[in-house]
Design a protein around this ligand. Structure first.
Ligand SMILES: [Zn+2]
Ligand SMILES: [Zn+2]
Length: 323
């Protein structure tokens, strides 16, 4: 299978990293934030330490809900890429990019034409991001793609002749000029197929945290697999990519929504939730307690017909209720 590519550039006050991401994304190739840099530890307050202890207690309570990462299957992400993962402690030490008082809203922008089913899935995904990260999510009014596009911003795929749009055009010329000041991120969804440059067959999406914009395509997620699978794939990819925008690296400890995936079959095997280590990172960046987060996710899933997932979140909320 042809592998697609993501590029994400990460910038924060204290560090910046250029991340080269393949398929749904994920290999660090240059100057990622130093794991060894533990300067932030010296500045954690007593309140921080208490919160960290609470999160560690919750982590052990939800561990039974997750499968440890097994040996990779053929064409799986970890069969192709040797990643060391990132624990909660390593995340704290990495001085992650976090939402700020001024920038704590995730904006979702639908671009182009959508079927009623795709539109419904975007709306549900926006709600899931809100529950998952406990950040306000605003869905902007959908916008058409202004055509005709310049030749450098579009192409026909070599064999199928399917039209594609260059991600750099959408990010630089469509998203950046309308980035709200209070945006933690501006995430666009499109039904058009995407490519980053002439060297690549396609990409699922591309993001720049330095500029706080990203675009993801639904084109390859909807392979006639049915509504439920299409929805779950979109929820997983949105939660995963947004995690990267808050400096979360790929997870290798558990089967986790933050684990790298090389193919849709691998995505389908992953849960829609973050493992104990990654749950602690999300709660840390969102400043929400695990029990409040799980209850919120359970309610969200119940109200959107995801009853199995709602049950799982309810059981996790019960497990951490005393931590
Ligand atoms: Zn990734
Ligand atoms: Zn994880």
């Amino acid at each position: 299978m042809k592998i697609s590519t993501f590029f994400i550039r990460v910038f924060s006050r204290n560090s910046w990293a250029k991340i080269f991401l393949v398929a749904f994304c994920g290999v660090f190739i240059a100057c990622s934030p130093s794991i060894e840099n533990s300067a932030s530890n010296t500045t954690t307050t007593r309140q921080d330490q208490k919160e960290i202890q609470t999160l560690r207690a919750a982590m052990s309570k939800v561990e039974p809900f997750f499968k440890p990462m097994g040996k990779p299957e053929a064409y799986d992400w970890l069969g192709s890429y040797n990643e060391r993962g990132q624990t909660f402690d390593e995340y704290l030490e990495s001085i992650p990019t976090l939402p700020t008082i001024e920038r704590k809203t995730i904006y979702v922008l639908p671009i182009g034409k959508f079927t009623p089913q795709q539109r419904k899935i975007i709306d549900i995904t926006a709600g899931y991001l809100e529950a998952f990260y406990d950040l306000q999510v605003r869905t902007m009014r959908s916008q058409p793609i202004k055509r005709p596009l310049n030749a450098k911003d579009q192409r026909l795929l070599k064999y199928s002749k399917a039209p594609q749009i260059r991600t750099g055009y959408l990010m630089d010329e469509v998203l950046k000029p309308q980035l709200p000041n209070d945006a933690a991120a501006l995430i666009a969804f499109t039904s058009d197929d995407l490519y980053p440059d002439e060297t690549m067959f396609f990409v699922f999406g591309q993001a720049s945290l330095e500029d706080r914009v990203g675009v993801w395509s639904l084109a390859r997620l909807d392979d006639n697999a049915g509504y439920d699978k299409f929805l779950l794939r979109t929820l997983k990819i949105a939660a995963h990519e947004t995690g990267h925008m808050f400096s979360m690296r790929h997870c290798t400890k558990y089967e986790c929504v933050m684990s790298g995936t090389n193919q849709l079959a691998e995505t389908d095997r992953r849960p829609i939730d973050a493992c104990p280590e990654c749950m602690a990172k999300v709660c840390w960046l969102s400043e929400i307690t695990p029990v409040a987060r799980y209850k919120r996710l359970a309610e969200f899933c119940r109200s959107n017909g995801l009853f199995k997932e709602a049950g799982d979140f309810t059981r996790k909320a019960a497990a951490v209720s005393n931590s």
